[in-house]
Write a protein that binds this ligand. Structure first.
Ligand SMILES: Cc1cc2nc3c(=O)[nH]c(=O)nc-3n(C[C@H](O)[C@H](O)[C@H](O)COP(=O)(O)O)c2cc1C
Length: 387
């Protein structure tokens, strides 16, 4: 077993273990992948201010996200089809998160259902919902979240239509995979993945099949998703969703200060500055560049989180220093899951925690809650001097 010291080690291992179709689904951005690349690259433009001879004993990364205690300011982001990266993937990721003490957010488009995850975990998780036209389905989704004791709902607002990822189209992505000569040849190499997948019955979209009207199989599911993502979505419609859910609400997918202000007006408890990991509008600003102007606009009105591009604890530290109350990780934990199941997700969290804790100490802080902009050296014009 290779020694795993960084998230990149998990990505390499994941690439070997999982069929190409699902690796590509995760490791891609839309169109030219400019935003996907810049999400990670832009973090590197920010430097950390090293301090010395400051007592660094008794450190803590504990804090709160939407009033809930967390072992570090990190949550597991909603990732569709996680159960195709590893059998029962959502349950495994949720278990790793709860043992570590960080929130897990289940996607609407998950393989394991809300009820499956609830039955296999002890602590409440968050549920992400897409904005769909089918009101009955939406209300039922919120009701199911309530019954499962979810401690927050997350409305993703940046997917009225699906960004085009070339690789998914070329690979003929589907869940479960269609058995063509090409996919069969690829899966023949992934024996442990295939054997585990054969042992689970969870291979379809568990939140949808059997719950949405007229969706009983993979073919009807495709039609339903195409017809139901709401291209007419507006902030009034989001207010209607707010009425369907009376618990803590997070709006995910904000990259512009004007939209951040709108999100405050619908009564959300937090927003996530996110460009969907570079999977929607290619050419959009990276999240870390977008964070500063959004903090200026709404930082005193609402809790702000950030995702897209986090691959290390140093990235988390930089986002927190710029004002984010927490960060969400997507690919970083999927690499771990695909590579080593639940143990791999735990490994990803341990790697990020260690990097966060040590970097915080070397910047002269012992408590994550005291970290501020002073630890950063941000290049002039980092957030852009755009016309
Ligand atoms: C494979 C994949 C599937 C995703 N599925 C969803 C989803 O179902 N719902 C959602 O709100 N975001 C989804 N996202 C976006 C993530 O929640 C998150 O915003 C993104 O992964 C953050 O970027 P990072 O992967 O660089 O950390 C997905 C991301 C990936 C990589």
């Amino acid at each position: 077993m290779p020694v795993i010291t960084e998230i990149e080690d998990l990505r390499r291992k994941y690439k070997w273990r999982v069929p190409k179709m699902f690796y590509d689904y995760c490791e891609s951005g839309s169109w030219t992948e400019q935003t996907f690349r810049e999400n990670t690259a832009d973090f590197k433009d920010i430097h950390l201010r090293q301090r010395v001879a400051i007592d660094m004993t008794g450190r803590s990364t504990k804090t709160q996200m939407i009033g809930q205690d967390v072992a570090m300011p990190v949550a597991l982001a909603p990732v569709g089809s996680t159960g195709m990266q590893h059998a029962d993937g959502e349950i495994k990721a949720a278990k790793a998160a709860e043992k570590f003490g960080v929130p897990y957010c289940l996607s609407t488009m998950s393989i394991c259902s809300i009820e499956d995850v609830a039955a296999n975990t002890e602590k409440p998780f968050w549920l992400q919902v897409y904005t769909l036209t089918d009101d009955d389905f939406m209300q039922r989704l919120f009701d199911r979240a309530k019954e499962a004791k979810c401690s927050a709902a997350v409305i993703t607002v940046d997917l009225q239509l699906l960004g085009q990822r070339h690789k998914d189209l070329k690979n003929g992505l589907s869940a479960p995979p269609k058995l063509t000569p090409k996919t069969l040849a690829d899966m023949a190499w992934r024996v442990p993945w295939g054997l585990e997948m054969l042992q689970t019955k969870r291979r379809f979209f568990g939140n949808i099949v059997g719950h949405a009207k007229g969706v009983g199989d993979a073919a009807s599911l495709m039609d339903w998703t195409h017809n139901n993502f709401d291209q007419a979505l507006n902030w009034d419609r989001i207010r209607e969703f707010r009425k369907m859910w009376d618990g803590p609400l997070i709006i995910k997918g904000i990259i512009d200060p004007r939209d951040a202000l709108e999100a405050c007006n619908v009564g959300a408890d937090a927003i996530v500055v996110s460009n969907h990991g570079g999977r929607q509008l290619d050419g959009a600003l990276s999240s870390i560049r977008a964070l500063g102007p959004i903090m200026d606009a709404v930082g005193d009105k609402i809790e702000v989180h950030l995702d897209s591009g986090i691959r290390s604890g140093q990235d988390v530290l930089k986002a927190v220093a710029m004002g984010a109350k927490g960060c969400w990780i997507g690919r970083a934990y999927v690499y771990g899951l695909g590579a080593m199941g639940e143990q791999g997700v735990t490994k990803a969290l341990e790697v990020i925690h260690k990097e966060l804790d040590m970097s915080m100490a070397l910047c002269g802080h012992t408590d994550i809650n005291t970290v501020d902009r002073d630890i950063l050296m941000v290049p002039k014009g980092f957030s852009g001097d755009w016309e």
